[in-house]
Structures are given as structure tokens and as C-alpha cells.
Design a protein around this ligand. Structure first.
Ligand code: ATP
Ligand code: MG
Ligand code: MG
Length: 537
């Protein structure tokens, strides 16, 4: 498709279609043991994007085979996040939301058939014995003493496992493949284990649960998935995936042909992209929940105000390959800025200093564009009144500091300096009142409308707000949650509790010179991203 970057998975799909493949069917199969993060977005965009491009479909499947780690809350959050990332008005997946647990009955029957065919056996070794007899990369494994149990005994023991007659850890069902295989995944991998935990969907119905490799491949086969896309760490599992699919087809007289294809996972520099580690941060209270705007979770990015379009753009730009890499989060910021370009503008004074314009007799309404380039957004009105506020950052107090400003300083120097108030006029500071700091200033009448005036050009232009019209709001600016040393950054939030903000109905705005912000639930504003470069007049 035009505008898309070609990659090896598209090439495979196109070749398959040319070779007579019908519909492309992909799936997105997260485990509901936490919230999704930016890494999952890569998989979401790939699976949903590819199927949509070729007129196929994508199944939404929750891989819920670990009852003790999984919760319904996570499932709900995952579905919401997937819908949001994919975008559009309709539910993006084909058919119902599926669960690996929907297939527990079918997969159990399949396992029984494997036993009947002599392809699986119940191993009663202890977990330690099993680990020891598995061998290593350089040493082949050793057959279990239970490997040659008869079919009848295996059937009886597996049935006992299912009914909770055997203790957790006392037995597993294993595939009978090859303890001498150079691939450790083929050394009689476990297919089923005993777990007494209550499952969020099937309750106490099951006492045995299929292992990931079995459940995943069988689910793909059951759903007639054509391309099963996963991350590189599963490359070594592919022969086992194929083994499960082949025997599943034999046993159920079906001809599904899902093909596993691996791609590299997305890792963000200095960020956590693992559900387990994210869960730790949430549990320890290091962050304010899974949707903390500092987290690279989908919920956190959404709450921060990063548009879904920016996330899709990011996934398109990083591309798909088999090379592991760490992506600089600055790339995501760039995508956010590109997606936010048309946001309406407003003023926000983070750390206000009162400024009194003594010579203002009557307040004046001034017009400013809502967006410098998007004329259709119209104009906004700014009130130039006696009492204004400007940002402490824009003031250099020479007396207080005991020295003149550094070279290159082009904002207001007090006392005596001049500066332009954006969309208004140039002012001159006549007097500095202290404790608390207040600036008495005069308007240069001949500088409205951008005119230079008799006193010549003022070097700097700053934003400002009328005290009467501005609204008091808390504003937060985020720094990375982790320091480059990977320790938690103790100053990851810069808090401005007394900011003065131009009234606006918009949820997302660009505060001029400061960056893009989103209104949070309590009407405070969080910064999404700073502007690309320092704003210079
Ligand atoms: P985590 O370690 O964060 O729990 P996971 O791989 O166990 O991640 P799953 O819920 O099993 O998470 O993942 C669902 C899908 O998302 C899988 O197909 C997986 O390959 C993919 N995925 C997960 N993390 C990433 C990532 N960082 N980059 C690309 N794809 C990912
Ligand atoms: Mg997983
Ligand atoms: Mg995981």
C-alpha cells in the first residue's frame, strides 16, 4: 500500500496471497496479567494493520492460561487499550473476544488423543528431577523413568490430574518428542500442569491448565489463524508450535496452517516495557497506578494526552525487523508533536509574578489567532488589564542576583528593562516591589500591532495573562521516570500548583513556548511533550 514501508512480514503475506492463500487471519493474544504497554502497540499495529491492509481479519484473544496471575480488570483494560490504539468507530477485532480458556475442553481432549497415540505421557518426577534430566545446550537430556508408561496408565493419571487427585507439582503431562534434541524446547516439553488456583473465567472447573506452547498453538489452529506473529524469543519454540499444529490437525481432521513468524520486540531506552516490572512499580506505589502519565503503558500515554495516531505513526516509523534494538523515546515525542501540530494555542504562566500596568486607564480586549497556521480555528481574546502575571522564568532581577543577565538573555531585566508581551505591546519595568515580588511597568503606546515604536525593538517576546481572566490551575511537567542509571528519578514531576492559564474549553492545547498539554480529570494540566526546539522570538 502507498506510504507504507515494506518489511519481511508483508513480503511473506504477499507471497502467500499470490500463492493462493484466502483471507489473512492474524490474532493479538495478550495474557491478562497487567496493562498493555508501548511494546504491545507494535504488535497491535502489526496484527491489525496487516490484516486490514489485505482485507483480512484479526482475532482478539486473551491468553488466560495462568489462573493465579490473571484478573478481569486487566482484560477490560486490555480491550479498551486495543480499541483505542487501532482507532476507528467500530470494534477492530473480528467476531467475539476470544479466550484460550474457551478451548480448555477441546485442548484437554486433544491431550487425551496425544496420550492414546503414544505422543504424551504423565511424568511423576519432581520438578528438580525434571530440570536435572533435561540436560543443557551442550549435554543431551535423559529419558524420564516414566516415559514408557502404558497408554491406560497415562490416561488414568491424566484424568486424576484433571480431577485434582494429584498434588500441584507432583506430575505433569509431557509431549514424547526427543530428549536428545539439540533444541531444548523439543526435549519432551510439558503440555499440562496441575494448578489449584481459581480461574477468573472457568472458576474451579479445571485443576490442570495447558502450558503456553500447547495452548497458544492449539488456539491458533482452532481459530484458523494464518500468520501467528510473535516476538523473537519464541523462535526456538517454532518447531514445537509446528508439532502441536500438525498433531492437532491429525487428531481433529482439520487442515489449519498457521505459521509462526517472529519479529524483534520494541524496547524503549530508559523505560520499563514488561508487564511484570510495571506491576512492581504500581504495587510499590512508585507511580500513581497503571495509567500514571509517566508510564509507557497505553493507559498512561492516553492519560498523558499522546494521541493514538501518534502511537500508530511511531510503530510505522520504527518498522518491523528481526534486529533487536532500543528505541529512543525522543522518537515517540516527535510523533506526538507531529500528531498534535494543529492543537489550539493558549497562554499559561507556570510560576506567576504580578505585573502592574499603572498607566492602563481602561482594559483592552486584544485579538490573537487560536493557531498561527490554521486560520479556521479562529481567534481568541486576551485581556490587557492593569493586573497581569508573567512567568518568573522570564524575569531577571539584577538587584536580587547582584549581576547583569548572561549574554543572550532576551527576556525581561528588572528594573529598567523592556520586553514585548506577545500579541500586545512592549512594556518597560519602572519599579520593583519586594516581599512579595511585584513589577510596576508602563506600556509603550506606539508598539501595539507589532510596531517597533520610538524606543526601538524590544529584544524578547514573552507570554502573559490578565490576573482577572486567567484561571488558577495546577500544571505538571514530567521528566523521565528513570535516570540513565535505571534508578527511579526522584524529580520526575515538576509541579506548578499556582499556574495561571488562559481559559480554554479544549482538552489538548499548546501552551505557547511550553509545549503540548492535556487537561487531566481534576482539571489540572499535564505536559504531553515539550516543543521541538526552544521557542525564540
Ligand atoms: P510482558 O513481558 O510485558 O508481559 P509479553 O510478551 O508477556 O509481555 P503478552 O501479553 O504475552 O506479553 O503479549 C501479547 C503480544 O504482544 C504477544 O504477541 C507479544 O509478542 C507482543 N508483545 C509483547 N511485548 C512486546 C514488545 N515489547 N514488542 C513487540 N511486541 C510485544
Ligand atoms: Mg506472554
Ligand atoms: Mg509476560
Amino acid at each position: 500500500a502507498p506510504g507504507r514501508r515494506q518489511h519481511f512480514i508483508r513480503e511473506i503475506v504477499e507471497r502467500d496471497i499470490a500463492g493462493g492463500l484466502g483471507d489473512v487471519v492474524t490474532r493479538f493474544p495478550p495474557e491478562p496479567n497487567g496493562y498493555l504497554h508501548i511494546g504491545h502497540a507494535k504488535s497491535i499495529c502489526l496484527n491489525f494493520g496487516l490484516a486490514a491492509e489485505y482485507g483480512g481479519r484479526t482475532h482478539m484473544r486473551l491468553d488466560d492460561t495462568n489462573p493465579e496471575k490473571e484478573e478481569i480488570e486487566y482484560t477490560e483494560a486490555i480491550l479498551e487499550d486495543v480499541k483505542w490504539v487501532v482507532g476507528g468507530d467500530e470494534v477492530p477485532w473480528f467476531g467475539p473476544v476470544r479466550h484460550a480458556s474457551d478451548y480448555f475442553g477441546v485442548i484437554y481432549e486433544f491431550a487425551v488423543e496425544l496420550i492414546r497415540k503414544g505422543l504424551a505421557y504423565v511424568d511423576s518426577q519432581s520438578p528438580a528431577e525434571m530440570r536435572a534430566s533435561r540436560g543443557t545446550l551442550t549435554r543431551p537430556g535423559v529419558n524420564s523413568p516414566y516415559r514408557d508408561r502404558g497408554v491406560e496408565e497415562n490416561l488414568r493419571l491424566f484424568e486424576e490430574m484433571r480431577r485434582g487427585k494429584l498434588e500441584e507439582g507432583s506430575a505433569v503431562l509431557r509431549a514424547k518428542i526427543d530428549m536428545g534434541s539439540p533444541n531444548l524446547n523439543l526435549r519432551d516439553p510439558a503440555l499440562y500442569r496441575i494448578k489449584f488456583a481459581r480461574h477468573p473465567r472457568t472458576g474451579n472447573e479445571w485443576r490442570v491448565y495447558p502450558m503456553y506452547d500447547l495452548a497458544h498453538a492449539a488456539s491458533d489452529a482452532i481459530e484458523n489463524i494464518t500468520h501467528s506473529l510473535c516476538t523473537l524469543e519464541f523462535e526456538d519454540h517454532r518447531p514445537l508450535y509446528d508439532w502441536v499444529v500438525e498433531h492437532f490437525n491429525n487428531v481433529s481432521c482439520s487442515s489449519s496452517s498457521p505459521r509462526q513468524i517472529e519479529f524483534s520486540r520494541l524496547n524503549l531506552k530508559h523505560a520499563v516495557t514488561s508487564k511484570r516490572e510495571l506491576a512492581g512499580l504500581v504495587r510499590d506505589g512508585a507511580v500513581d497506578g497503571w495509567d500514571d502519565p509517566r508510564l509507557p503503558t497505553i493507559a498512561g500515554l492516553r492519560r498523558r494526552g499522546v494521541p493514538a495516531a501518534a502511537i500508530r505513526l511511531f510503530c510505522e516509523r520504527i518498522g518491523i525487523s528481526k534486529v533487536d534494538s532500543e528505541i529512543d523515546p525522543a522518537l515517540l515525542d516527535d510523533c506526538a508533536r507531529d500528531a498534535l501540530e494543529d492543537a489550539p494555542r493558549a497562554f499559561c504562566v507556570l510560576d506567576p509574578i504580578p505585573l502592574v500596568l499603572d498607566d492602563i486607564e481602561e482594559e483592552e480586549e486584544l485579538e490573537a489567532p487560536v493557531h498561527p497556521k490554521v486560520e479556521s480555528l479562529g481567534t481568541r481574546r486576551l485581556l490587557l488589564s492593569k493586573n497581569l502575571v508573567i512567568d518568573a522564568d522570564d524575569v531577571w532581577d539584577s538587584e536580587e542576583r547582584g549581576m547583569p543577565p548572561p549574554t543572550g538573555w532576551n527576556r525581561l531585566v528588572v528594573p529598567g528593562g523592556r520586553v514585548r508581551l506577545r500579541y500586545a505591546c512592549v512594556i518597560r519595568c519602572e519599579e520593583v516591589l519586594r516581599n512579595p515580588l511585584r513589577l510596576k511597568c508602563k506600556v509603550e503606546r506606539d508598539t501595539f500591532g507589532g510596531k517597533t515604536g520610538a524606543n526601538g525593538k524590544a529584544k524578547g517576546i514573552i507570554h502573559w495573562m490578565s490576573e482577572e481572566r486567567g484561571e488558577a490551575r495546577r500544571v505538571r511537567i514530567f521528566e523521565p521516570l528513570f535516570l540513565p542509571t535505571l534508578e527511579l528519578n526522584p524529580r520526575s514531576v515538576r509541579d506548578y500548583p499556582n499556574a495561571v492559564v488562559e481559559p480554554t474549553d479544549h482538552e489538548i492545547v499548546q501552551f505557547e513556548r511550553l509545549g503540548y498539554f492535556r487537561r487531566d480529570i481534576d482539571s489540572s494540566f499535564n505536559r504531553i511533550v515539550p516543543l521541538r526546539a526552544k521557542w525564540t522570538p
